[in-house]
Design a protein around this ligand. Structure first.
Ligand SMILES: [Zn+2]
Ligand SMILES: [Zn+2]
Length: 375
């Protein structure tokens, strides 16, 4: 019986070593050791890998060493003494690990906004970002095992759910938050989603599941495989914005009315945000998700004012969104796993990151998952 994890530990931007970290012994009440089965990669893992993640401003090099990876699914291997919160949990259960740890008592937690918690011992208490110097160190998914804190939210999956599919609960939780919960998308809503990466596709799936009558997704010419999957997922239009104008198509599809909701998932580009103001209906909602790394020049703020628009920032998904996403995947009625294009062992993390980043466009990556095996 092993009493340690083998983890890929990040010591600096783009620098990783395999290290052995002991399990905490004894485990505190309500804590657990989860044997990792799979860990998804998203855009924030690319930032973490490159060392450009938002913790750079707050923490500098004190971010390291850390185990990255926060879209974690695994099986309960050890349990601390039972608590009321964990009374239903047993060794062998498959769970998704809520990426945020919250204190339950700071002002944000007391407002019910656990994702803005400031009371944990580390300023961004998110799996994949907490350094190993915060005990017991096992806070990331690129590891054979991860520590579930007594207050970590765990989302159950049955034994018959493919753990690779289950990792998509994280992306889908984001989609539910950004395209549904933050925007009021409901039966009959018309929704445009700008960008067709895994976040955009997750938004499309969520909007459709919430009852939207019209869902449109955009992408670039190099995103053709993503637009094709969006069509397979049943969107009403998948638009290559290098060949067609989303403003013209929006007018055509909505009969000049505009979309109830526009979600901008595109990173870096500012034109989609300007387009969003144009294609959303008066009184509609724009949901911003993509990180731009700069301001938006010539942003038509007067149009926002005169159209009476609401702009809502993405913020991390809430517990409700993750719970809905986990239940949706557990039901198994939707082929969410079609998003997955690549699986790598954790010794090939640089290649997995490069694949998701699109360094080699011929790989046509959408969702990339890492498993704690050697290739
Ligand atoms: Zn993520
Ligand atoms: Zn708190």
């Amino acid at each position: 019986v092993t009493a340690h994890a083998t983890a890929l530990v990040q010591t600096a931007p783009e620098k990783f070593d395999f290290r052995e970290l002991p399990f905490p012994d004894p485990l505190p009440p309500g804590a657990a050791i989860i044997r990792v089965e799979a860990c998804g990669i998203c855009a924030s893992d690319i930032d973490a890998f490159e060392g450009t993640d938002i913790d750079i401003a707050r923490m500098g090099d004190r971010r390291f060493p850390r185990i990255t990876g926060h879209e974690i699914v695994g099986v309960v291997e050890r349990l601390g003494p039972p608590t009321k919160l964990r009374s239903g949990l047993q060794e062998g259960d498959r769970v998704g690990i809520g990426p945020k740890v919250s204190c339950g008592a700071c002002e944000a937690c007391l407002r019910g906004e656990m994702t803005h918690c400031t009371g944990f011992e580390y300023p961004q208490p998110s799996y994949g970002f907490i350094p190993t110097w915060v005990e017991p160190g096992l806070w990331g998914g690129y590891s054979t095992h991860v520590y579930a804190h007594p207050r970590t939210a765990l989302y159950p999956f049955d034994a018959d759910v493919d753990p690779l599919d289950a990792t998509l609960w994280n992306a889908l939780g984001g989609g539910i938050q950004w395209a549904v919960r933050n925007t009021g998308t409901t039966l009959g809503s018309t929704v445009a989603i700008l960008g067709s990466g895994q976040r955009g596709l997750a938004c499309a799936v969520a909007a459709r599941a919430a009852g939207a009558s019209q869902v449109v997704v955009t992408g670039l010419t190099r995103d053709e495989h993503k637009l094709a999957l969006a069509r397979e997922f049943g969107v009403d239009a998948a638009v290559d914005v290098e060949k067609e104008s989303i403003v013209d198509i929006g007018r055509e599809l909505t009969g000049d009315r505009g979309f109830d909701v526009v979600v901008d998932t595109t990173p870096l580009a500012s034109q989609p945000l300007i387009d969003a103001v144009e294609i959303v209906r008066p009184g509609g909602v724009i949901s911003t998700v993509g990180i731009k790394l700069s301001g938006v020049s010539d942003f038509p703020i007067d149009r926002v004012t005169t159209k009476g628009l609401t702009i809502v920032g993405g913020k991390p998904a809430t517990h409700e969104a993750y719970a809905q996403a986990a239940a949706f995947i557990q039901e198994g009625r939707f082929p969410i796993g079609r998003m997955r294009t690549h699986v790598f062992g954790f010794d090939r993390l640089p290649e997995a990151i490069a694949t998701l980043r699109g360094d080699d466009p011929s790989r046509k990556a959408i969702n990339v998952v890492v498993t704690p095996t050697m290739s």
